[in-house]
Design a protein around this ligand. Structure first.
Ligand code: PLP
Length: 380
């Protein structure tokens, strides 16, 4: 149980989760790729218009499949923003890649596409943009550069399901993209993820890697009469019980996104003048981006003020959190050559960013308490 009156995140139900989990059991197939996994695949494929969707046990695991699909080998370089979660790069480092840390744009906190070209070398195998907070990266430029140098683009879309860039769904730009259904995400099954395959040449091998390196998916479809070990792989497919839970969440897409939009807009509207007076920045969403309403953050004027505001909210029973610590300055990042000053925007925002409580069932009354507590905070 959270000791906070208003936690940072709270899992919520949309209505059909337990009924569907029960149905999954009644279907007699609760391992991977059962009835509800297929329903999730079809829903995501139809809506996003991707060639193939494969549910995975996490976004981390979907990224690991991507690294295997791209045949990442020791010495290959992978460009990622330093301002991201560790899995964005760890999945590639597991295959021997050298991380190349890019800085982020000061407005959207997304990979700064203007710095991309100077980071590319003959060893660059992939670029992994992260749609931070579900606001699209500048995909036109990123794809143009990637095409020019023949480099794969894998979108880490952990935050951005149903967000759009120039009218097109996030996750449909790179040859591959990954989703997260971790409990902090808009749609969840506790732990879960998905690989979106946009380039058809990866479909067959993606299925094999996800099924322990076997062609069992073809066997289940009746395309072959026995299955066997054909490639590298692991067990990356979730139980159909989790898929049943997730399907209920995905079915409630509209209602969930409407709630989250309302929460985001309420914070924005009620914190705008306070932020202006106190030199605090609120999230910036470019006009050509439709965000996924994944999170709401403040950029405080300094580290000291951010820490004081966290303490002030904590005293009132409200949990606010920060992230990400710059990857290039993490223990592993330094081992890969990261130094202070390599990514100045990341280093700066990582010290000042504060995420406010944000979950589907956050009531307006609770949100008002968060807003009042912030407005009472003296940050001179
Ligand atoms: C940008 C990003 N990528 C990947 C992940 C990993 O997701 P998962 O917990 O589903 O493995 C996260 C987790 O929050 C994330 O923020």
């Amino acid at each position: 149980m959270s000791t906070y009156r208003i936690p940072f995140n709270k899992p919520g139900l949309t209505g059909n989760e337990f009924r569907y989990m029960h149905e999954a059991i009644e279907q007699g197939h609760i391992s991977g790729d059962g009835y509800f996994t297929r329903k999730c695949h079809n829903k995501l494929q139809e809506q996003l218009q991707v060639k193939k969707t494969l549910l995975t046990t996490s976004c981390t695991h979907a990224l690991e499949i991507a690294a295997l699909l791209l045949n990442i080998n020791p010495g290959d370089e992978v460009i990622i923003p330093s301002f991201t979660f560790v899995s964005t790069i760890n999945a590639f480092v597991l295959r021997g890649a050298q991380p190349v840390f890019a800085d982020v744009r000061p407005d959207t906190l997304n990979l700064d596409e203007r710095q991309l070209e100077r980071l590319i070398t003959p060893q660059t195998k992939a670029i992994v943009p992260v749609h931070y907070a579900g606001v699209g990266c500048e995909m036109d430029t990123i794809l143009e550069i990637a095409t020019q140098y023949d480099i794969a683009v894998v979108e880490d879309n952990a935050h951005g399901l149903f967000g759009k860039y120039k009218g097109k769904f996030l996750g449909t730009f790179g040859c591959l993209a990954t989703q997260s259904f971790h409990e902090t995400k808009n749609f969840t099954c506790g732990e879960g993820g998905a690989l979106l395959v946009n380039d058809p040449k990866y479909v067959e091998r993606a299925e094999i890697i996800r099924e322990k390196g076997t062609n069992r998916s073809r066997f289940f479809r009746g395309e072959i009469d026995k299955y066997t070990w054909v490639d590298l792989g692991s067990s990356y497919l979730p139980s159909d019980i989790l898929a049943a839970f997730l399907y209920a969440q995905l079915e409630a897409q509209e209602q969930t996104q409407t709630k989250r939009q309302r929460i985001w807009e309420y914070y924005y509207e009620h914190l705008q003048s306070w932020a202006h007076d106190k030199g605090v920045s609120l999230p910036i969403v470019p006009e050509h981006c439709e965000q996924s309403y994944h999170m709401f953050y403040l950029l405080m004027p300094s580290l000291e003020q951010r820490q004081r505001l966290i303490g002030h909210l904590k005293d009132q029973g409200i949990l606010s959190v920060f992230h990400y610590l710059p990857l290039h300055l993490s223990e592993m990042g330094i081992r890969f050559g990261g130094k202070v000053g390599d990514c100045p925007v990341t280093e700066d925002v990582s010290e000042r960013l504060l995420r406010l409580p944000f979950y589907n069932d956050l009531s307006q009354a609770d949100q008002e308490q968060v807003i009042n507590a912030i407005c009472e905070f003296d940050n001179r």
